[in-house]
Write a protein that binds this ligand. Structure first.
Ligand code: SF4
Length: 493
């Protein structure tokens, strides 16, 4: 419950009180996540090399009785036990004996920390911290806790200590333990229906089993979070003054400005103007997408529309796809793909190098991609396989004016659309483009790749390639669409 509450408070509310028949069926990707989590746990446990008590085959009261017995006799390691107090229950993946008691830990088939990169060592993930706090709290109440320093064993094989007495971030005073206690109070209130939760449109919804149900409600209530980039936090700030995007759109923007500042704390004037312009489009006051600046794109003989597919849980890039076009002539369009047939570093390196050589062979040409992801992953691959491509070379490539992040450099900066998000899927569909697959998504592609590795069925590979090709083509359609958008002055009214 705590874990789901952190992801979205409304999800917990619906899980508890709404009719389960209204849920979306579980997607094959979510099923894969579960299966992979269990597989990974089993692999980690098999490699432990130390004796441990395995309680994974038991459940409920029996599991709990055996866990208590093992704690009492001081078992060195308890795998998949169950601990509880009057109001709390937890099933930590492992309980590890220290000199003066136990610490709890969880095995995760993802990275233990978020925001890890060459410039930052990353920080604990909130949902992991809250989950580990619960186990630690129960151990303390049972008088078996050694310290507030539980562990996450992650996909990289690391044991990362979550020190719960530490502040949540650099500029934060609240510790993880305090955050846990606060969350616990909120969840208890929610259980008694003392707090009301509401849906909020966000990326988290994509994998949630309430997505269709919530989306219908969001549309009916004309919720502010349907405005792209206006998330739950901004909505909650604005809600006292205005709760529907249509009301927001119909009022003059001056109603929300006082002394040259917006009346919403934490929302600056440029952001307010942008959100108001988007609300007007969604409400149909302003008709159709437009651009706020005449955009000049480079004129090169060849254009490449570039999109990659990765499996973030395995930290593996399995496809680099390009739609190539010459002299803007549709007859010259062709799809070029570099696909990893095996889940090996050798194969990942091979396709990366081949894709790089392919680009170099055409450069100078214009390369389009959508959002930071391609750049981030390519830099990561450059660091992982530095022998043939230097990071400096990659840096120069992505800094070239011919290499364009269509989302950040163009769509977000200069254009507005009457859509609920600015994803390439929503914008290309608005422009009339249709994916050939009936359920196109990056998440589904990961599941298809998983099945390709298992069965090597050419039809599955074809589905992955076709989906990637359509993503590249969608970008091309978007580029054409942007070039024919009408120009509109900056102010929305
Ligand atoms: S669909 Fe979104 S808003 Fe609704 S419960 Fe799920 S995560 Fe929350």
């Amino acid at each position: 419950m705590l874990y789901n509450y952190i992801q979205c408070p409304h999800r917990l509310y619906l899980d508890l009180f709404e009719d389960p028949a209204k849920r979306n069926p579980e997607s094959s990707f979510v099923r894969l996540l579960w299966e992979r989590g269990i597989d990974f746990e089993e692999q980690v446990v098999a490699k432990l090399g130390i004796p441990f008590l395995d309680l994974s085959t038991l459940s409920g009261t029996e599991k709990e009785i055996k866990t208590k017995e093992a704690l009492r006799r001081g078992a060195a390691l308890i795998y998949n036990g169950r601990i509880s107090t009057d109001h709390l229950v937890g099933e930590p993946d492992f309980l590890l004996k220290r000199k003066d008691g136990y610490i709890a830990g969880d095995i995760k088939s993802g990275a233990a920390l978020e925001g890890e990169n060459s410039e930052s060592e990353g920080k604990p993930k909130k949902h992991y911290a809250i989950q580990l706090s619960l186990y630690t709290d129960i151990l303390e109440q049972l008088d078996y806790s050694s310290s507030r320093t539980p562990l996450i064993h992650d996909i990289k094989g690391r044991d990362i200590v979550y020190d719960l007495s530490q502040p949540k971030g650099k500029n934060e005073k609240t510790t993880w333990w305090e955050e846990y206690l606060k969350t616990l109070v909120e969840v208890k209130q929610l259980l008694k229906k003392e707090i009301i939760t509401t849906p909020a449109n966000g990326t988290i919804c994509k994998l949630c089993h309430w997505r269709s149900y919530c989306f219908k409600n969001l549309i009916n209530s004309k919720d502010l979070t349907l405005i792209p980039e206006l998330g739950r936090r901004k909505r909650d700030t604005m809600q006292k003054q205005v709760s529907k995007f249509s009301d927001f759109a119909h009022k003059p923007i001056s109603d929300f400005i006082q002394d040259k500042k917006t009346v919403f704390s934490g929302i600056g004037l440029p952001t307010l103007e942008k959100l108001h312009a988007r609300a007007r489009l969604l409400a149909g006051i302003d008709k159709g997408a437009y651009t706020r600046k005449k955009i000049k794109f480079p004129k090169t003989g060849i254009e490449l529309f570039f999109d990659i597919e990765t499996d973030p849980m395995r930290d593996f890039c399995y496809l680099h796809g390009f739609v190539e076009r010459q002299q803007r002539n549709p007859a010259t369009e062709r799809y070029v793909a570099f696909f990893a047939d095996e889940l090996t570093e050798k194969e990942e390196e091979r396709i990366f190098i081949d894709a790089w050589h392919y680009i170099k062979q055409h450069f100078p040409c214009t390369v389009y991609y959508y959002s930071h992801y391609e750049k981030t992953i390519w830099k990561k691959l450059g660091a992982k396989y530095p022998e043939l491509i230097s990071l400096a070379e990659l840096e120069t490539f992505f800094n070239s004016p011919l290499v364009i992040d269509l989302y950040n450099d163009v769509v977000r900066k200069y254009t507005e659309w009457p859509t609920y998000s600015y994803s390439v899927k929503d914008l290309a569909q608005y422009l009339g483009f249709r994916w050939r697959d009936e359920s196109p998504s990056g998440a589904e592609s990961i599941e298809w790749y998983h099945r390709w590795l298992e069965f090597k069925n050419p039809e599955i590979k074809e589905r992955i390639l076709q989906y990637n090709e359509d993503d590249c083509r969608a970008m091309m359609v978007l580029l054409e669409g942007i070039q024919s958008l009408p120009l509109k002055a900056q102010k929305s009214n």
